[in-house]
Design a protein around this ligand. Structure first.
Ligand code: HEC
Length: 174
């Protein structure tokens, strides 16, 4: 019986083709990674229009630690915030966060929501308390990269109480 000499089969890959494919693919990835850096992203800190009058410096300090990067015009943009596609995600988060609640543009939150309105959302102080208590805010992904924002239970309760006082003292009735 004839034995197949595998090493001499003509279809046997010679080990170069996949190396070439790998190089070409790596090249494409690098070019795309470089090209997306050129897409402009807006990461700015607009001027502080109006802050609420804080009930205490401690409340402000905790809010700055845990919420200011997304809910103020004083965002601390980290160095990696400039690298696409991370930059897109962060810019999106900050835009959405500022839209929902902005401690630097308190004029937008200065009037309480009319509780008699049929579709009135929960009052702001309650929404803030819910978000902090449930662990939704600050978001888990943010806590990962920002150890200072990992509040203890006692800090959370202090922040909830402080923000409740601050919000209510700074909202006129509808
Ligand atoms: C990493 C960014 C980030 C941080 C830090 C952050 N938030 Fe948010 N927050 C968002 C985004 C984005 C939204 C809007 C989308 C949503 O509701 O998830 C939001 C929405 C909210 C809302 C509105 C929720 C609603 O639908 O009524 C409240 C209240 C809020 N955040 C409170 C806080 C408080 C209080 C802190 C600090 C303890 C905090 N957030 C920290 C990103 C952030």
């Amino acid at each position: 019986m004839r034995r197949l000499n595998l090493t001499r089969l003509p279809t046997q890959p010679d080990g170069h083709w996949w190396r070439q494919t790998l190089l070409v693919n790596a090249g494409i990835v690098l070019i795309v990674a470089a090209a997306i850096q050129l897409i402009p992203v807006r990461q700015d800190n607009p001027p502080v229009v109006r802050e609420p009058v804080w009930d205490s410096p401690e409340t402000r300090a905790l809010t700055v630690l845990a919420c200011y990067d997304c809910h103020s015009n004083e965002t601390n943009w980290p160095w990696y915030a400039r690298i696409a596609p991370i930059s897109w995600v962060l810019a999106y988060d900050v835009n959405e966060g500022r839209e929902a609640l902005n401690f630097s543009e308190w004029d937008r939150h200065a009037v309480a929501i009319d509780p008699d309105e049929p579709f009135a959302p929960k009052p702001l102080a309650e929404r803030i308390a819910d978000e902090i208590r449930s662990g939704a805010m600050p978001p888990g992904t943010y806590r990962l990269g920002n150890p200072a924002a990992r509040l203890s239970e006692a800090e959370k309760e202090a922040l909830i109480l402080g923000l409740q006082r601050t919000v209510e003292n700074n909202q006129s009735p509808p």
